[in-house]
Structure formats: structure tokens, C-alpha cells
Design a binder for this molecule. Structure first.
Ligand SMILES: Cc1cc2nc3c(=O)[nH]c(=O)nc-3n(C[C@H](O)[C@H](O)[C@H](O)COP(=O)(O)O)c2cc1C
Length: 183
């Protein structure tokens, strides 16, 4: 069987995003277990029910990429203890128009990093409620990563062995979940 395809959503539109670096690390640790691609969300228009009848091309492309994926990984910052606007917008487009949601039954994992001591714990808790409500099948467990300078480089290499081993555990369990549900 071909390896599962994973769509990766980074909840930051910042050029030097530490969450994009963490996402690259996750992708690297999953090599050989799944193929992963970061799905663009920063070009999606602001959600507006008025344009549901004539969906912008960016929305169609984004939803197709999620639909085709066997699993979805969300790697996000915490903005004011909640989801960054760019991510919430993407989640809402994924769920609309009514009856066309891309989320039900999709295996997923939520993680994120922040320089703060609780490493995105509150946004992750909130997103678990949101994505379970939308019907995703989420991997259990909690991975809050406090970002320290140079923890992950631009190629997704993690400098700290403890963090690497911790994340590898989630990558392996996520790969197993996605492969099982694909089969
Ligand atoms: C609008 C805004 C709100 C933020 N709120 C939080 C927060 O609630 N918790 C936190 O740990 N960090 C917060 N931060 C700091 C972010 O963790 C930090 O900017 C981080 O680099 C964002 O991730 P990114 O580099 O992937 O964009 C906030 C940053 C911004 C710009």
C-alpha cells in the first residue's frame, strides 16, 4: 500500500514562523511513514457566507487538498489564548458550505509551539473541542513545545534530543492512526 498522504496546516502566516519550523521537523520525523505537504492558508479570503455560492478558487484548491489527504496535522501558535485568525478562517472554510465539510472522519493531530512557558496549551485544548465537534478523529495525548532559540532549524532539524524523542513518539502514533484509518 502507498504511504499515507498528510496535509499539514501551519496556523501562522509569519515569514519566520517557529511553528512552520516545527511542522518541518514533524514532516522530517515522518519520512518513510507518510508523505506530508504544507497546505497554503494565507491566501484564503476572509470567510463570508455571502460568497459561499460562488466559492473563490483558493477555497476550492484548499478544500480539495484537505479532502485528498489521509490525515491532517495542525501546527499552530496561540494568539491571545486562542486560534490565530488565519487558522480559524481556514477551519471555517473547511466546514462550509453546509454539507461539504472536509473534517468528518479525518484523522488529525494538533500541536504547536510558543516561546511561552505553557507552549500553546490553551489553543490546543480549544482546538481539540472545535475539531472533535467538526467530526475529526484526533490522536490523543498532549504535545506542548516551548520554543527556545535554535530548537529547530530551517530544514526541520531538532537540536535537542529529548524534544526529538518526544516528538518522534507522536509522529509514530499519528502515522499508525492514519495508516489504520486509510486501510
Ligand atoms: C497577536 C499575538 C498574540 C499572542 N498571544 C500569545 C498567547 O496567547 N500565548 C503565547 O504563548 N504566545 C502568544 N503570542 C506570542 C507567540 O507565541 C509568538 O509570536 C510566536 O512566535 C508565534 O508563532 P509563529 O512564529 O509560528 O507565528 C502572541 C503573538 C501575537 C502576535
Amino acid at each position: 500500500m502507498p504511504v499515507p498522504q498528510v496535509a499539514v496546516i501551519v496556523g501562522s502566516n509569519r515569514r519566520d514562523s517557529i511553528n512552520r519550523k516545527l511542522a518541518q521537523a514533524f514532516i522530517k520525523l515522518g519520512a518513510g511513514k507518510f508523505d506530508a505537504k504544507i497546505v497554503r492558508i494565507d491566501d484564503l479570503p476572509m470567510y463570508n457566507q455571502d460568497i459561499e455560492g460562488n466559492l473563490p478558487a483558493e477555497v476550492v484548491r484548499y478544500k480539495d487538498e484537505i479532502k485528498l489527504a489521509d490525515g491532517v496535522l495542525i501546527v499552530t501558535p496561540e494568539h491571545n489564548r486562542s486560534a490565530p485568525t488565519v487558522l480559524k478562517n481556514a477551519i471555517d472554510w473547511g466546514a462550509r458550505p453546509f454539507g461539504t465539510s472536509v473534517w468528518p472522519g479525518k484523522p488529525g493531530f494538533i500541536t504547536g509551539t510558543s516561546p511561552g512557558a505553557i507552549g500553546t496549551a490553551l489553543v490546543q485544548a480549544n482546538l481539540r473541542t472545535v475539531m472533535l465537534g467538526l467530526g475529526m478523529t484526533l490522536l490523543g495525548g498532549e504535545s506542548y513545545i516551548q520554543f527556545k532559540p535554535n530548537l529547530v532549524d530551517d530544514q526541520g532539524t531538532i537540536s535537542d534530543e529529548t524534544t526529538k524523542t518526544f516528538l518522534q513518539g507522536f509522529v509514530d502514533r499519528f502515522a499508525t492512526l492514519v495508516a489504520k484509518l486509510k486501510a
